[in-house]
Design a protein around this ligand. Structure first.
Ligand code: AMP
Ligand code: GLY
Length: 420
């Protein structure tokens, strides 16, 4: 079977590598992929936003299944597009993708179905929003409604911060804004919770915790993710049941009532407060870097799982996992998440010998004539599977040191809450 993967990050390299283990796969194409996927797949650089161009390629190469990594094409309706021409594609359709594409869509579902989440208000003008922040308590959280590449969320400590955020959003920093979300600040510990769904049934797809802040001990600016570990230290049987019963199932039945079946990965970003789950946000895809920690633990054939979703047969399969701890450290280009240099050669990468419990997933890398160069802020993901998180972290740091990329930096403390 020929399979196409959309995306170019560490998540997509992990998807690609895990799929490549399936005996049924004859060829993988990545649109556009990175230097890591290039070793196992054919990288195709074309404009992924142009579904027609993609379609022509998919048809000419007889690609039989498309798997979508990032949120943007999902929110833009790539699934509806390919389903309308009967090409199997794994991911939620445009309607369902509003769970990530519109925070207000999700909040309204939470309100109607009493899904636990931060208290919130929706405001349609600067004035309305500014009046509200005059008479409320801080900290509070101001959010743009639509996709903002992780940047549309402001945690505000003062009226001044909140007022600036309102200005940014209504002035169009994240695209034209009709309204704005202001919500209560939840003080707890975050957890990423994943399920996979075929539209009829769901199966759990592990938990993780990621580190979004750039600095040690979770300080400094927000990033796409500096590292993660799986499973989450917070998960227990009783918490798991609360998450499913109060958050995941009500959301999926809400969509059903709107005539929408959810197919794909669903990632709930949760805040856990005294063992009680609150929904912060939904993502309609796997997390990055959570995916890089989760997929190496998968014992079952990944392609079979995805095909069972496409055929609405998820119920009939068993998803098996290795019972092991997994931890990922992201090596970034110095300066990230602000200005960073690009096109810097990474020596030594091919000289590293990895055992079966160690992976290097590429993110912002590109193969050039003279070797592999960085072309993004997050460059490489080091993942280790071990009996303890401590060992997994130590092994990753050992490998990073072998690469000795002086233009890079990483966090030494990934998993500190569970290790130190
Ligand atoms: P989001 O894009 O909605 O996930 O927000 C990005 C990050 O902002 C989350 O991962 C949290 O760390 C933080 N955040 C968002 N909403 C809240 C909230 N209501 N209370 C506390 N932190 C929040
Ligand atoms: N790890 C955060 C995300 O994928 O959105």
């Amino acid at each position: 079977m020929k399979v196409g993967i959309i995306g170019s990050g560490g998540r997509e390299h992990a998807l690609c590598e895990t799929l490549s283990k399936s005996k049924k796969i004859s060829k993988i194409y990545c649109f556009p992929g990175n230097a890591g996927t290039e070793k196992i797949a054919r990288n195709i650089s074309l404009d992924v936003d142009n579904f027609n161009t993609l379609k022509n390629f998919v048809i000419s190469e007889k690609i039989e299944l498309i798997i979508v990594g990032p949120e943007k094409p999902l929110v833009d309706g790539i699934v509806d597009f390919f389903e309308s021409i009967n090409i199997p594609i794994f991911g939620p359709n445009k309607f369902a993708s509003q769970l990530e594409g519109s925070k207000i869509f999700t909040k309204k579902i939470c309100e109607k179905y009493k899904i636990p989440t931060a208290k919130f208000g929706i405001f349609e003008s600067k004035n309305e929003a500014k009046l509200f922040i005059k008479e409320t308590k801080f900290p509070l959280v101001v959010k743009a409604d639509g996709l903002a590449a992780g940047k549309g969320v402001y945690i505000c400590e003062s009226q001044k911060n909140a007022s600036d955020a309102i200005e940014d959003i209504f002035n169009g920093k994240f695209g034209k804004a009709k309204n704005i979300l202001i919500e209560e600040f939840l003080n707890g510990e975050e957890m990423s919770y994943f399920v996979i769904s075929d539209g009829k049934d769901i199966k759990k797809f592990q938990t993780a915790q990621d580190h979004k802040r750039v600095g040690e001990r979770d300080t400094g600016k927000n990033t796409g993710g500096m590292g993660a570990y799986s499973p989450s230290r917070l998960i227990s049987e009783s918490l798991d049941k609360k998450i499913l019963d109060r958050i995941i199932y009500p959301t999926l039945s809400a969509l059903k009532e709107m005539n929408c079946e959810y197919k794909g990965f669903l990632y709930a970003g949760l805040m856990i407060i005294k063992d009680e789950p609150f929904l912060i946000e939904y993502n309609v895809r796997m997390g990055d870097p959570e995916c890089q920690t989760i997929l190496p633990k998968l014992k079952s054939d990944f392609l079979e799982i995805i095909l069972s979703c496409i055929n609405k047969q998820l119920k009939t399969i068993k998803i098996e996992w290795y019972d092991i701890n997994s931890l990922c450290i992201v090596l970034c280009s110095k300066g990230y998440p602000d200005q960073y240099k690009k096109n810097i050669i990474i020596n030594n990468l091919d000289q590293i010998n990895l055992d079966q419990n160690q992976k290097i997933y590429h993110a912002g890398t590109k193969k050039e004539k003279n070797g592999i160069i960085s072309n993004g802020g997050r460059v490489l993901n080091f993942v280790n599977l071990s009996n303890t998180f401590q060992q997994a972290r130590d092994k990753n740091i050992e490998t990073i040191k072998k690469i000795n990329w002086t233009e890079g930096f990483y966090r030494n403390d990934i998993g500190y809450k569970v290790i130190d």
